[in-house]
Structure formats: structure tokens, C-alpha cells
Write a new protein. Structure first.
Length: 149
């Protein structure tokens, strides 16, 4: 019984450390499929203009989202709440992304202490889907490219 609790505790610590380090804990292949839910508003286009995933320009480009300061993508008009988050130097990581995609307005309320309206109204129903999509975004971002060059 004691070894069971040690194993569970170790798994929780490893998952927490991976999230804190910014590593994705989801399945990037499943996240690529799941991104279909996102492309009606978002695209993934690298800094050199290469299209990784076609999508709409209703939402900001999600290329390089990992560690990006919230509300800082050039050429996109963010909600006041995300701008306020960016002014506090809040950056995207897996935990933030999962919380955001669960309910953007609740995320802003919890983070800022007051109700803020988000421009993003879509919510992912599954935390697993959010983790998978995050893993996909990280896998096609500049960090992944840097490790493969």
C-alpha cells in the first residue's frame, strides 16, 4: 500500500514538474486532430510565413504560443482582460492554456479578480483535448524547430 502512494505521488510530481517546465503532457498527434476545433478562428503560421495549419484570422496566430506574453501577438486586438494579463507578464504555458480553453471568461476572472469578458467564446469540453492541442502547438512551434536543427 505504501509503495502505491509513493508511485502516485511520484507521478503527480513528475506531471507538475513537466507542466512547470513548459513541457507538454498531451499527445501531439491527437492534438493535431483536435486542432480542427480551433482552426475556425486560429491559424498556425511560422515567423517566415510558412503555413503550418491553415485557419481563420478571427483569432491570433498560435505559432510560438509557448511562453508568449498573453495579449501580445502583433496585429490582433485582444480583450482588455488578456491585455491586463500581459501587463502582469503572464505567459502561456500548459496550465494556463488548459485553464483558458476550459472557460476563457472564468480564467480572466480568477486571474484578475474581477469579471472580464473574453473575445474567445469557444470552450473545450475535455482537459485531455486541451493538453493534446497544447502538445501539438508546442511540437510545431519555434522551440521544437530549434531542437531539431
Amino acid at each position: 500500500m505504501k509503495s502505491y502512494f509513493i508511485a502516485v505521488g511520484t507521478a503527480v510530481l513528475m506531471t507538475t514538474a513537466a507542466i512547470a517546465d513548459g513541457h507538454a503532457t498531451g499527445d501531439s498527434a491527437a492534438g493535431e486532430k483536435g486542432f480542427k476545433k480551433c482552426k475556425s478562428c486560429h491559424m498556425i503560421v511560422s515567423n517566415d510565413g510558412s503555413v503550418i495549419k491553415k485557419g481563420s484570422k478571427t483569432g491570433p496566430n498560435l505559432y510560438g504560443l509557448y511562453n508568449r506574453i498573453m495579449g501580445s501577438q502583433e496585429g490582433f486586438r485582444y480583450s482588455k482582460g488578456l491585455i491586463a494579463m500581459g501587463e502582469q507578464d503572464a505567459a502561456w504555458d500548459e496550465a494556463q492554456f488548459v485553464a483558458w480553453t476550459k472557460d476563457p471568461s472564468d480564467f480572466l476572472k480568477e486571474s484578475l479578480g474581477k469579471r472580464q469578458r473574453s473575445k474567445m467564446s469557444y470552450k473545450l469540453k475535455s482537459e485531455k483535448d486541451a493538453r493534446n492541442i497544447w502538445a501539438y502547438l508546442v511540437s510545431v512551434g519555434p522551440e521544437a524547430e530549434a531542437t531539431t536543427n
